[in-house]
Each structure stands twice: as C-alpha cells, then as structure tokens.
Design a protein around this ligand. Sequence first.
Ligand code: BGC
Ligand code: BGC
Length: 644
Amino acid sequence: MASSTSLLASTLLLFVAVAGAAQTDPIVQAWPARAPVRDAALEARVEAALKTLTLRQKIGQMTQPEIRTITPDEVREYAIGTVQSGGGSWPGDDRGATPAQWRALSEQFQAAALQATPGIPLIWGVDAVHGHNNVRGATLFPHNIGLGATRDADLVRDIGRATARAVRATGLQWSFAPTLAVVQDVRWGRTYESFSVDPAIVRSLGRAEVEGLQEGMQDGHGVLATAKHFVADGGTLRGVDQGVSRTTPTELAQIHGAGHLGALDAGVLSVMVSFSSWTDSAGHVEHGKMHGNKTLLTEVLKQRLAFDGFIVSDWEGVGQVPGCIPEDCPAAINAGIDIIMVPFRWKAFIENTVREVEQGRIPMARIDDAVRRILRVKFSVGMTPRVPATVEAMQAPELARRAVRESLVLLKHKPGLLPLPRTAHVLVVGAAADSLAHQSGGWSVDWQDRDTTNADFPQGTTLLAALRQRLGTAQVVFDADGTQQDPARFDAVVAVLAEAPYAEGAGDIRINENLRHSLRYPQDLAVLQRVAGHGAPVVTLLYSGRPLYVNDLANRSDAFIAAWLPGTEGAGMADLLVAPAAGEPAWPGFTGRLPFPWPAGPCQFSSHEPKPWLPLGGGLSGKETRTNTRPLPDPPDPQPICPL
Ligand code: BGC
Ligand code: BGC
C-alpha cells in the first residue's frame, strides 16, 4: 500500500513537473491552447471496450498492415484494428479492381475483425488525395495546388463530400487527406499536394476539405479525414523530401501549423506524422525526426491543442527514429504515436511491441491511451456504408470540371485571343494533350504513374478529347510533336507541355538541377519552336506539380496557362479555351490566382523569392485590354549554378 501510494505521489509529481515545463516551453507556448470537448457516453463506451482487450489485442489495434501483406484470416488471428492500402495498391493486386471487389474485401476484413474483437470494428485507410485516386473509374479532381488557385472553400468542401462518397462506395472509411504542407521550396516533389505557400489559404481550404470528408461520418456517408503531415513537411531545406525543416517555434506554429489548426477546427480525428525532422532555429536545437518528437506529438498536439483523436505514423516512418527499425520502435510509441503504419513486417512488430511493454520500455498507460483514442474514433464512425458499390457513386464529373475551370491561372495573354471562337480550326500539339496520366499526375490509379495509360482512366476526358467535343472533330487536328502539320493553315495552335508524373521524393528537383522546364523536357521547347512564329497564335498550357521557370516557353506563346495537374475532366480546360455556344452561359474568364509566386529565373526555388515573374495571387482574367506580352529575358546561357 505504502509503495503504491508513493508511486502515485511520484507519478503526480512527474505530471506536475511535465505540465509545468510544458507551460513555459516556448515550443508549446507558440501554439494556441484549446479545451477538450468530451462526450461522457462515448467515453464510457470506450472504457468498457478497453477492458475487454488483452495486451496482444491492444497491440493489434495499434498495428496497421498494408492490404497486400495480410489476409482476412490473419486480421482475425492477430486482432488487427486497421489496414491501409498504399498508392497503387488494389484488392487482388488488380489495378482494374471494381468498386464491388473493393467492397467485398472490406466486408471480409470487417467480419474477421468483429470475430476477433466483438463490437470493435476495423477501419481501412487509403490515400484519397484528389478523389478516390487508387480506384479505376473514379473521378480525379485537380491536385491540391490547383484547388489552392481557386481559393474556393465551398468547392473544396464539395470535393471532400464527393471523395468521401467514392471511398464509402468501396467500403473504406478513412482517407489519408488533406495534406496541409505550406511549401517553402518548390523543388519538393510533393509541392502539388500543397494548397499554397499562404498559411491562411492552407488553413481555410484544409478546414473545408476535412468538413466535406467527415460530413455524415457517423451515418455511413462521410469518412475520417487525416491532417498530414504533422508538422512542417513543407519546410524542408532545399525541398528535400523527408528532410530537415529549420524554423523558430513561432514559425512552426504559425506557418506550418496553420493547416492543422484549420483541420482541428473542423473536428479532424486523425493526424499523420511527418517523415521530416525539425530543428529549432531560435533555440539552436536539432530535435530530429518528427516520429520521435514527444514535445510536438504529445505536449503540443494532444495536450496543448487538446486533440482527442489518434496519431498515425507514416509508411515505415518509425524506422527512421534513432535506435529503431520499422517493426520495433518504443521511442515513437512513447512520443505519442497511436497507430503504427507497418506495411510489411507487422507480425514482427506485434511480437516486438508486446515484449517492449512486458519489459517496461513502453508504459501500459501509453498503450491504453493509444487504444482509447483508437476506440473513440472508431465509435465516431458509422460502419455501414450508405453508398452503393458502383462506379457511378465514384464519379462527380461536373464538380471536377468546375474545379478545373476555377483552377487554371492565365499568366500571359494577348488581348482578344481567348476564348477561341467556335469556328476556329485548331492544331493541338504536345503528347500530353492526349495523356490522362500527365493530366492527373502522381497518385492516380498508381503511385508514381510511370506506366499508367489512358486505359486506366476509362471515365476521363483528355484536353484533346474535350476540344474535339466542343469544336467538332473536323476542326481539331492533333500532331503530337508538331512535325506533321503546317501551323499556318490553322486559326490557332494549342500546345500542351508537361512534367512527367511523379510522387514524393521521386519528384524532387535535385541540388544539381534547376527550375527550367525546357532543360528537363527539351522536347517541349522543340515542339513550341516548330509551331511558333508561323502566324497562328499559340496558346500554351503547362501541366505541372509546381511553378517552373518557363521564360523561353512563354516567349514562344501568345497565351500561357498554368493548368497544374487538373485530373480527369479535360472539359474544364476547354470551357476556358473556347467561347460558349449560343445559349450557354457567358464566358467566365480565368478566375484562378497563383497559390505560389511564379519564378522569373531558374534558381528562384523559394516561395519568398523577391521579384518573381508573377507574385502570389497573380493571374489575368483574359478580359484585360492591355497585358503582359512583352518578351521576358531569355534563359541564361550557360546554365547557372544555383547558389546553395
Ligand atoms: C506505396 C505508397 C507509399 C510508398 C512509401 C509505395 O510502395 O504504394 O503508398 O507512400 O511506397 O515508400
Ligand atoms: C506518404 C503518405 C501516405 C502513405 C500511405 C507515405 O509514403 O508520405 O502521405 O499517406 O505513404 O500511402
């Protein structure tokens, strides 16, 4: 009795000490204090369910295998609480898996989980980051950078709703979205997953997306959203994926935390940890990997911000914490991570974690806290999907078309050129004009999308197809590399240039490279050189995951449009390129405005570079009578070595 009293006393003392430290720690102080809102009935249900679980079952709740590595029988045997499918992961490893096949697998997982832990369902998470992008046939919306150009929170909320519907149609309940990165260096391969460099835009659109995704979550309509990646994923030095962000505590909270605060305002129940590290540039302290950062995960997110949902680690992210491997990492669990994404070696993870608890390296209280959070979230999500498992339920083409229309940013325009009249004969050049893979970017059916083809997007409309629909097939001629046709015989040329699809680190622009698009894609300059200067005006669209240095390309264009990664609905682009038919609504002009400044030089990597070509918020409507068609300085020759 005496010893347990003193244990209690010392625990209390420890708590007071920690709480006291947290109250004065500038890292914690930088964030706004929030109060928890708890539902007593829900908490009672959580406590009752927690009591029914053994240690192994609790660890099972915390373990997240990838669907390619686990069967429903193993879900039952190991009492697994959640599964996930990565980019380009489909039931039966079949890229053409139908919504009904996804749904059937989810029902098998669910039945198995409920046998293992009656009353405690399984949830399945997926990266539905621009629509339900792993599933063939789903409408794909513009990637976040394009949505940032719209500044339209109502639109983003509607996209969240439509995406939730698609995810529910396949029987899943959880999306790993939105990404709330506030990108500081556009060399980062994930720049397109970010709404903007402006924290206020990220906050408002992040909030809207969470609201849309989670709406009706309890009754089987909405899905769990995930605020990712906490925190400062977009702040890494030189835009290196999974690199080091150096900021003051205030910048950390006010710039990189903005989107997370918006997501918390919307009631987000899941947060994913960033692969990146954080260095406090005010205190001169290297805090290392976020996956091991107890101050930020526990003292800031769970305590200061009163976040009551669960924290999930990123793909084998715990393995990057010093002293850890992906399948064994007490430090990450002790830092506050509740669900461990351990795609492959999850059986070893369970064994190791049970042992770590039994040997006292992970306190039982920490395990119980994790499982309480998991149960609280699970009991807040309705498990019966109310959406039919059909391809139609995954489609929202009109909404996506509107999003595309609102997202295009007109960077250069010869007055009067756009919209093209309906009588125009148009030469379309650039292979990307006929490629849904380029139009959609990474995270589209597959992860990197190196091998995706138009057959992967049976529902999609390329820009080429959309122009044919709008102008009539006879008026549109396609010549991919511009070698077969005489541009002088056309009223206008539409040129589509593009970055090849990429995801995550594979898309980083490396230290020895720069932002000049024509250097990485010389064929795009070549095609413009063939068609420009022959009398027909050239309207250029660029599909890219970030702003790029394009002076040489813009100089060979009479109009230049940043189209970002618009997704499957090419009609949204045709709506702005071609005048409406008689009886259709008036031409809206371009309403998209830059979510990042547009560079004026090959080394303008930073989102805060002085003297960009166009600033954050820049963009023309197309209705101006005087505009910026004066030639830009040509790219420096030889290529500059960019300063470090
Ligand atoms: C998965 C992705 C994941 C990545 C991490 C891929 O194999 O499909 O979803 O993000 O691995 O390395
Ligand atoms: C990415 C996450 C993603 C996860 C699961 C990771 O590589 O960083 O954003 O949610 O894979 O696919």
